[in-house]
Design a protein. Structure first.
Lengths: 899, 113
């Protein structure tokens, strides 16, 4: 059941008298439940807030009990302060809007971005005491490996180890196909020992975890699923515990759902596990599919990690003596050995290369916050000067200092309250926008699910409120220190020189920071635009790519039949123009390297990529055939072997000559020492337009296309199969129908994880960069907009304040254009200084980027730099020019009278 | 006409009639619903609760705490019941309305022109 918004309930609980509380809250909740059913959660929440605010505002229902005059006597002036403050704010709507927007965007945007970065990089895992947990490592090369290092056969021996660790567990990564009413999907899984969850010290959010008792082969098969799987694929089913689903075709019972904070052994930045399976539930089939395990252990109290390292090393040597390793694939070289050691789990899971990104984003977030603070301070300061006159008069008439301070405080509190409401809305909206699956390259995704981080929000709020309240109080306090008379009579001296200097400096730095942010955002956005414009050769915006998981033990005939059925079934789906099955695409998927030569040459190392495909691939992926023909129904298993070459490969092999009909010889280069080392001979049927290969933007290799029917029987080629479908509409929406079609074609086939639109699957790294760039870009735009608003507010205000001075100057003979020139020069100086500083900083960053990325970023970009300055210059120009012109137009005598 | 502990306000009047229609005893949600349905407009929620309190103070209603249900988040209902004084007051109010309206209906359109 959906609960009413907690903040509104809290508000009502505070406001309502104890005797009424239960009744009114109960009535509201009852109606809220009905609203949810009738109009949906969003409108119901909105309705509840409206009712709550109305109830909270109703004085007769909430006022202190009648007769408590003392309370009323204390409350009344406070209430008057707030009413007065609200009225004053309403009288200056521009200031109020700018100040509230500064607060809302400053607090809201920074908190939301912080939440996203935190969720990605620093979210604490649920693992208890990760420092006291060790992982077994295999020492090879520079970085020790710890995933998949222990063989099945060694595991039993190792798990009975007794010494520095009190408990040991093992886990082995394995994709598993889960079939239930709503899904049929291959998911990242971990096969674990019963001690796994106890060793890690994590608890299930629902149901139970896998226990040591589950290691008994006689027990009923059980699995534990991830929070992500539960929410995204099982619709947050409340009765999920106890449900029977099929895992690789065998019935298993879901006994638990893990909490959000634990997504597998790999840690936050690794591929996240969706299913945990005790070993007996997924028996090892066949000799070739032995598993490799990661081993973790919890240290006994007071034993250091080095003790565990020693224990593991000794165990490795004992095992080497008992059953030496053999590696049939590598005949020469030193014999392999179990060179085991241990590091702490905390060290193993921190992904250092990703840290700077987070720090950069956080620095930018801090900068935006600083700009927002400076902006707010400037606004409030400018407003304060205009009130000094009024405050001085009231002080002279007998108002107490405390009263003036209190009024100012009340105004700040009202502003802060409005700002907080705005910030809350901004954060809520942004958190929804930022809840995305972030592609991490390959088939890995990280589910970004930022949650409201109260500490971050509090930090941002304190910074802004500090600026608001401290700066807001300045004028009220100044009056106590100084002579009142000069403020009362007029602002004759124009602006207090020292004060004006301070404000100028703050304008300078605000301009510098926001320009810097904006230009850095532009650099990122430029790279996104380039990626979007780049023609990869494959029509990635109109295709969906699904990874197909197939049973290992099928004969190739059966597999080929099933694949043809899949193509036919996917073509039947509405919105699908064409479909094909292929062993990946030239870039973005794992494609085998291939070595291809003319028949008279000898086969060398691989220089091209191999794509085996059903006939429709070229039409489906939008790769044009420039010579000869595409694959068709003729290219069966028993027909003459054919290939299609990419232009680059054709040019390299045959120069500019006609290539159709020529013979080539090719070989998968991974198996160069295997039985297929003579390679296959085939006739070139056609030439396809060049595409990127291996990854987006890379064209250093060519591609060899082979009919899938002619290669699938060759045991030397092991391929990852993909279903590719073309649509004029949204390709991401095609994955659902594709899944259904594949399941319809053959219930043993499934679409695996990592599937999605062509852009996501094939160019995922650039999608992530794109998301980051858009984030930074919008932070930059936000900073500039805030600065523009602030700049206009402050400068126009300051210029207006000089009306009297201008009158004096004109009375003494100054011309109008002199006045305008003077004002513009004074107002522009801090802005220009800020622009200069900003440009210098950005150029510095560009120099660093230039040397880091070798010319991908140019040092000076006159166009974007000039364009970025425009909004700020425009704001300053308007802010100075309009009031100056007005001031210069009025008669000097009138201006001199002006107060 | 004797003014028995003050006359009824608009909302108070609505609340009493709604209770009458609801069988003499009910709680907040149906009362609010009945008023909204019959008058065709949303009546201010605080006003209804204030009216309920005041009517109880005047002795026209009696209240008791009812059962708590899950859909109310485990909170109890407060049932209001018309008292005899309440029914009499309602009758008086209705009669007063009738009397002051007697023969005035046809005057409305004339002033709307």
């Amino acid at each position: 059941m959906i609960a009413p918004p907690s903040v509104a309930v809290w508000l009502l609980t505070r406001r309502l008298a104890a005797a009424d509380r239960d009744e009114i809250l109960g009535d509201l909740q009852e109606q809220f439940t009905r609203q949810v059913l009738d109009h949906g959660a969003a409108r119901a929440t909105w309705w509840y807030w409206r009712q709550a605010l109305r109830m909270a505002a109703s004085l007769s229902l909430n006022a202190a009990p009648r007769g408590a005059e003392r309370t009323r006597w204390r409350i009344e002036p406070l209430r008057r302060d707030f009413t007065f403050a609200a009225r004053r704010l309403r009288a200056t709507p521009v200031f109020t809007i700018f100040a509230v927007a500064s607060l809302a965007l400053g607090v809201g945007a920074t908190t939301a971005v912080y939440a996203a970065v935190y969720d990605l990089l620093w979210k604490p895992t649920d693992v208890r005491d990760p420092d006291r947990l060790v992982v077994l490592t295999q020492v090879t090369g520079a970085r020790p490996r710890w995933m998949s290092v222990v063989r099945d056969a060694d595991l039993e021996h190792l798990l009975s180890l007794d010494g520095s660790v009190e408990r040991l567990a093992a886990s082995s990564r394995l994709p598993a196909t889960l079939t239930a009413a709503t899904i049929a999907e291959t998911l990242p899984g971990e096969v674990v020992t019963g001690s796994y969850f106890v060793t890690l010290g994590v608890q299930a959010a629902r149901g139970r975890t896998i226990q040591p008792a589950d290691d008994e082969p006689a027990r009923a098969s059980v699995i534990v699923i991830s929070d992500r799987l539960w929410r995204t694929r099982l619709a947050s089913d409340q009765k999920v515990v106890g449900r029977i689903v099929r895992l690789n075709g065998r019935p298993v019972e879901i006994v638990g759902v893990m909490s959000r904070g634990f997504a597998g052994l790999g840690g936050a930045l690794s591929a996240q596990t969706d299913v945990w399976i005790p070993a007996p539930a997924l028996p090892v089939t066949g000799a070739g599919s032995a598993r490799m395990h990661a081993v973790i252990g919890r240290l006994r109290a007071d034993r250091p990690v080095t003790d565990a390292a020693g224990d593991f090393a000794a165990a490795g040597q004992r095992l080497d003596a008992m059953m030496p390793l053999t590696n049939p694939g590598v005949p020469a070289g030193p014999p392999p050995a179990r060179r085991w050691s241990a590091i702490s789990y905390a060290d193993a899971t921190i992904d250092l290369p990703n840290m700077p990104v987070g720090q950069i984003v956080l620095t930018l977030v801090g900068l935006v916050l600083a700009v927002a603070c400076a902006n707010l301070a400037n606004l409030v300061l400018a407003r304060g000067t205009s009130r000094r006159h009024e405050l001085a008069i009231r002080r002279a008439l007998g108002a107490s200092r405390w009263r003036l301070v209190r009024e100012q405080l009340a105004e700040s509190v009202v502003l802060a309250g409005l700002g907080a409401l705005g910030a809350y809305a901004v954060v809520r909206a942004l958190l929804v926008v930022l809840a995305i699956e972030l592609p991490m390259g390959g088939r890995q995704f990280v589910q970004l699910a930022p949650t409201l981080n109260l500490r971050a929000m509090a930090a941002a709020a304190v910074a802004l409120l500090g600026a608001l309240i401290l700066v807001g109080l300045v004028p009220a306090f100044q009056l106590t220190r100084r002579e009142l008379r000069p403020f009362m009579t007029s602002d004759a001296g124009g602006l207090d020189q020292r004060w004006w200097r301070g404000q100028k400096r703050s304008i300078t730095w605000q301009v510098a920071a926001s320009l810097g942010l904006f230009l850095l955002g532009l650099i990122c956005i430029r790279s996104v635009v380039e990626a979007a414009r780049h023609d990869s050769g494959v029509d990635i915006d109109h295709i969906a790519v699904g990874y197909l998981s197939t049973p290992n033990d099928w004969p190739s005939d059966r597999l080929l039949g099933a694949l043809e059925a899949v193509v036919a079934a996917v073509r039947q789906q509405s919105g699908v123009e064409d479909a094909a099955v292929s062993s990946g695409l030239p870039f973005g998927t794992m494609t085998p390297g291939v070595s291809i030569v003319r028949p008279d040459q000898t086969l060398g190392s691989g220089n091209d990529y191999l794509v085996a495909a059903t006939p429709g691939l070229f039409r489906t992926a939008g790769i044009p055939i420039v010579q000869g023909r595409a694959f068709d129904a003729r290219d069966r298993y028993d027909a003459n072997p054919v290939v299609i070459l990419s232009e680059q490969t054709a040019r390299r092999l045959f120069g500019t000559a006609e290539v159709t009909g020529r013979e080539v010889r090719f070989r998968d280069w991974v198996n160069r020492s295997g039985p297929g080392q003579q390679g296959r001979v085939a006739v070139v049927a056609g030439v396809a337009r060049d595409t990127d290969t291996s990854r987006l933007f890379s064209r250093s290799h060519g591609t060899v296309y082979v009919p899938l029917a002619q290669l699938i029987h060759d045991p030397n080629f092991r391929m990852v199969l993909t279903v590719v479908a073309r649509t004029p509409g949204d390709p991401a929406a095609l994955i659902g129908p594709m899944r259904a079609a594949v399941n319809l074609a053959d219930t043993d086939l499934a679409i695996g994880p990592g599937s999605g639109s062509g852009r996501i699957v094939l160019a995922s790294a650039y999608v992530s960069i794109g998301i980051l760039a858009r984030l930074l870009g919008s932070l930059g735009v936000l900073a500039v907009v805030l600065s523009m608003a602030g700049l206009y507010g402050v400068l126009s205000h300051l210029t207006t304040r000089r009306t009297r001075e201008m009158g004096l100057r004109m009375a003494l003979g100054a011309l109008r254009r002199d006045i305008v020139r003077l004002v513009l020069a004074d107002g522009f100086r801090p802005v220009f200084e800020g622009l200069l500083i900003g440009l210098v900083i950005v150029t510095g960053v560009r120099v660093v980027l230039y040397y880091q990325y070798g010319g991908a970023v140019s040092i000076v970009e006159p166009v974007s730099s000039t364009l970025a300055c425009f909004p700020l210059i425009l704001a300053a120009l308007l802010a100075c020019y309009l009031p100056a012109r007005r001031a210069a137009r009025i008669e000097p005598t009138v201006a001199l009278r002006d107060e | 006409m004797s003014m028995m502990r003050g006359s009824l306000g608009d909302v108070e009047h609505f609340v009493l009639v709604a209770l009458l229609r609801l069988g003499g005893e009910s709680y907040g949600v149906p009362i609010l619903g009945e008023i909204a349905d019959r008058t065709g407009r949303e009546v201010s929620r605080p006003a209804v609760y204030v009216a309920l309190r005041r009517l109880e103070e005047k002795g026209f209603l009696q209240s008791r705490l009812g059962d708590a249900t899950a859909e109310r988040g485990g909170r109890a209902k407060r049932y209001f019941k018309l008292t005899r004084a309440g029914v009499l007051q309602l009758q008086q109010s209705r009669d007063a309305f009738r009397r002051i309206w007697a023969g005035a209906d046809h005057l409305l359109p004339r002033h709307l022109r």
